[in-house]
Design a protein around this ligand. Structure first.
Ligand code: ZN
Length: 576
């Protein structure tokens, strides 16, 4: 976008604003710009600003994000389906959208203009996973993809970098010499990566650095500091993810190594195909931890134990075969990971994580249960949580206020208090100072909760609730925030909940809850499940599930404390 165009737009705006000879009604829409993935989106009719909200025609606004749109002109309903499966249904003159099957209020209702449905663009784009930013000086809404995570992996197929993105991202690689570096620019990508620098020390890569190199258009820059010159080959992965394979120069022209350690085709064709089996075992070093992923062709179960001499973690996966014995050298807190058939009938695959010394670990089920993920934490994380934080935990309701009531009578006030007390223990064990707005079954006025926390020096506020719906089929966890300074906290907590509970991940959302409104420090409200769902309620009755909820929230908070900036203690929000 050149300055010339901007000035033209300014003139148009000026005309629109100043055309006051004929007093315009207060709601006259202003023409604005919609810039998606660095390119101005020309739509018919053009995007407008109305009541402070940018609207654009539903059939054209989301094309660059590869969303599919169905518009029913008779029912006046539009259905936007993102490339990753997110779905938003919008109706003319109705301020409620259906998002993932649930009604959500939009900032303003879609309306018809020249037979097109004009919809609140930012609302829809956020549900598609996009980063959005309104630039008042340009009267432009910018939309970018987000890079959530970079994972350096060593697998049977070699060394690679996985880029997890929420929208279309283009990678541009540049090789630099003396010292050898590989620069990977991720175009149209806003970086949401917490780690800015990571020591690797294997596969020819010394260190990885990540930064938001540029905005407008957004560029996330990844720099690999190399020990030996490497070539990068970029491939598209699932969804919008990118797989960047790294190998020594010159590029070997032999067939690429197999990505999956599947049984050979001969065996598959002779009837082995339907045998439950492990598809892949991989190990990745992340900041402060090692991630071991065991991918099965169906949902997996596991049993864990730890053994001595040598110290190791043993994870048995019953009912499944591993076609090829695996051994991966890892580094960091984990020396080697092995996977082998421990028993044939009934089958048990045994995964052994041999570590230097017993380390804190977690085992999660991801990928609809098909991936068993073992996270081994380094004994001394590179960036420990700041010790000057005080985390306020706010168990909702209490005393005469039971909150939501479960299908078989479980009370919200009881389950959230138990989870909060478990979470307090988890955080205190890790040296984090915690204050509670209540630690017993007592009534605490809603207006008093944030003041109680602030008087105790809180720098982070986490409210814990359990949800209710008129539909018993609604399940899952969600995390609410209100202000931008709380997005990261909400994201981390929700990510941990989503990957460790095995119930639907309903994502992060904004809501104007009183405690979020009142809090001058980063604040979120976590809904840990639906008491109106028989499945969720049954889980929430068990101590094991409550502990998992508490730990997931705890890990999210710890991640946040590692990246949260220095806080001011004058009760004002930190400068972000
Ligand atoms: Zn509640």
């Amino acid at each position: 976008m050149g300055t010339k165009r901007v000035s033209v737009w300014f003139m148009l705006l000026w005309a629109a604003l100043m055309g006051a000879h004929t007093p315009a009604p207060a709601q006259t829409p202003l023409l604005v710009r919609l810039v998606v993935l660095g390119e101005e989106r020309q739509t018919d009719p053009p995007p407008v600003l109305r009541d402070g909200v940018v609207f654009a025609p539903v059939d054209q606004a989301f094309v660059p994000y590869r969303a599919a749109v169905r518009w029913d002109p008779v029912e006046r309903v539009a259905e936007v389906t993102g490339a990753r499966g997110e779905q938003v249904v919008l109706r003319a003159n109705d301020p409620f959208a259906t998002v993932g099957g649930e009604l959500r209020r939009m900032p303003a209702a879609p309306f018809l203009a020249a037979d097109r449905l004009m919809v609140p663009v930012e609302f829809v784009y956020r549900f598609l996973g996009a980063w959005t930013k309104w630039e008042p000086s340009e009267q432009a809404l910018h939309v970018a993809s987000q890079v959530l995570r970079l994972v350096f992996e060593r697998s049977a197929s070699g060394v690679r970098l996985l880029v997890e993105a929420t929208g279309p991202v283009q990678a541009r690689t540049v090789k630099l010499r003396e010292p050898d570096r590989l620069v990977i620019d991720l175009l149209h990508a806003a970086s949401r990566i917490e780690t800015q620098e990571q020591e690797i020390g294997e596969g020819g890569v010394r260190r990885i650095r990540v930064a938001q190199f540029q905005i407008k258009p957004y560029v996330t820059r990844v720099v690999l500091e190399l020990e030996t010159p490497l070539e990068a080959e970029v491939q598209e992965g699932p969804g919008f993810d990118l797989v960047i394979r790294l190998r020594s120069e010159p590029v070997a022209e032999t067939t690429p190594p197999p990505t999956l350690t599947e049984p050979s085709p001969e065996r598959s064709s002779s009837g082995v195909r339907d045998v439950p089996r492990i598809l892949e075992v991989r190990a990745a070093r992340e900041v402060g931890r090692v991630r071991v992923t065991v991918l099965g062709d169906r949902p997996l179960g596991f049993r864990e134990s730890t053994l001595r001499d040598p110290p190791r973690l043993v994870v048995d996966l019953p009912g499944i075969f591993v076609p090829v014995k695996q051994e991966l050298a890892v580094g960091g807190p984990v020396e080697v990971v092995r996977a082998a058939q421990f028993q044939a009938d009934p089958p048990i695959t045994r995964v052994v994580v041999q570590w230097q010394k017993p380390a804190p670990y977690r085992i999660l089920l991801e990928n609809e249960g098909r991936s068993v993920v073992i996270l081994v934490e380094e004994a001394e994380p590179p960036r420990p949580p700041r010790t000057d934080h005080v985390v306020a935990l706010d168990p909702g309701h209490g005393g005469t206020d039971p909150g939501a009531i479960g299908v078989t009578g479980l009370l919200e006030k009881d389950v959230v208090l138990d989870v909060a007390l478990r979470l307090r223990a988890f955080l205190r064990q890790r040296g984090v100072r915690v204050v509670m707005t209540r630690e017993a079954d007592v009534f605490v006025d809603l207006a008093e909760r944030v003041p109680i926390a602030l008087r105790a020096g809180a720098t982070v506020f986490v409210s814990i609730h359990a949800n209710a719906s008129t539909q018993g089929t609604v399940r899952g966890v969600e995390t609410y925030y209100l202000r931008p300074d709380s997005v990261t906290l909400a994201t981390f907590i929700q990510e941990e909940l989503g990957r460790s509970l095995g119930i639907p991940d309903r994502g992060i959302r904004t809501a104007n809850f009183k405690v979020l409104r009142d809090s001058p420090v980063p604040a979120v409200l976590v809904e840990i499940g639906y008491l109106t769902s028989p499945e969720d309620e049954a889980l929430l009755r068990t101590p094991e599930f409550r502990e998992r909820v508490a730990q997931a929230i705890g890990w999210g908070i710890l991640r946040f404390l590692r990246v949260a900036p220095l806080l001011r203690r004058d009760g004002k929000a930190p400068a972000w």
